[in-house]
Write a protein that binds this ligand. Structure first.
Ligand code: PAF
Length: 287
């Protein structure tokens, strides 16, 4: 696996590969790689000739109260995992390479209709930081496809919308959620769940699945379902941030005749803020 720290060198190598007719898959990450990231890399490998992974802990998407400096940096272990699975290229730039004019002066990309709801409501500026860095990474790597995990459903929906709105020639591919045996979605943040809380930490997933079943059984009072699911989370000893039945594409609250629905939730444990979601189709293509 070849490792690049500079935009010019990764561009040169990928430019030559494209000239030779190779297709390029891209998996952007912030490192601290676990099974779910590696599944995205595997998915990209199945779709393209060459795969590039980026590792960049993007300060622009961290809020003032969020610990950018404490985010785990495990570059050695990450590179080893990627090397073992046959990843072709790793791009891990320094901050000055990505933001040469500083972050305050950085041109921003915003998806206004979706950036300030759900996770964006409690993390102001987060999605602006994500869409800005992903645009830059897309321009650097110029991949044919880019794979993003469905666990970060709002991020995926926002990136899809950004690509559509800005005519970016990248096929955005969704990677399934990878779960622990009890249903907890795999995440770098799971390391912050206390051992006491861990046996109950799958409550978010259980409540989302309960809402899904209720909707599939015909219930259309979404507000009632959302309130009941939040009560379940509180009774399990956690603090819900949000739990909302949404239109899968727009992330607006679902209408009773919507056919593609995603139930998204976030809850606080003592040491972590966990997110998860489940999707369902109504009408002829029931799941
Ligand atoms: O999902 C992530 O790890 C990050 O938000 C991303 C897409 C790599 C942008 O920094």
């Amino acid at each position: 696996m070849e490792i690049f720290h500079h935009i010019s060198s990764v561009r040169k190598t990928l430019g030559e590969a494209r000239m030779a007719g190779k297709t390029v898959g891209f998996v952007p990450t912030m490192g601290n790689l676990h099974e779910a990231h590696l599944a995205l890399v595997k998915q990209a490998q199945g779709m393209c000739d060459l795969v590039v992974v980026s590792i960049f802990v993007n300060r622009l998407q961290f809020g003032l109260n969020e610990d950018w400096d404490k985010y785990p940096r495990t570059l050695e272990a990450d590179s080893q995992k990627l090397r073992e699975m046959g990843c072709n290229y790793l791009f891990c730039p320094e901050e000055g390479e990505v933001y040469p004019n500083g972050m305050d002066e950085q041109t921003r990309v915003i998806v206004p209709s979706m950036a300030n709801v759900l996770c964006g409501a409690s993390r102001p500026g987060h999605f602006e930081g994500v869409t800005t860095v992903v645009t830059k990474l897309f321009n650097i790597v110029q991949p044919d496809i880019a794979v993003f995990g469905v666990k970060d459903y709002q991020q995926l929906a926002i990136i899809r919308r950004m690509v559509e709105d800005l005519c970016i020639p990248v096929n955005v591919v969704a990677g399934d959620i990878v779960r622990e045996p009890d249903g907890l979605a795999m995440s770098s943040r799971n390391g912050f769940i206390t051992p006491q809380e861990r046996p109950r930490a799958n409550q978010l997933n259980q409540s989302l699945c309960w809402v899904k079943q209720q909707v599939l059984s015909g219930e259309r009072d979404f507000l009632k379902l959302e309130a009941a699911a939040k009560t379940q989370i509180i009774q399990a000893g956690f603090k819900p941030d949000y739990l909302i039945v949404c239109n899968s594409r727009t992330l607006e609250s679902a209408a009773s005749d919507d056919c593609e629905i995603t139930v998204l939730g976030a809850m606080y444990t003592q040491g972590a803020r966990l997110i998860d979601n489940v999707s369902l189709k109504l009408g002829s293509a029931q799941e």
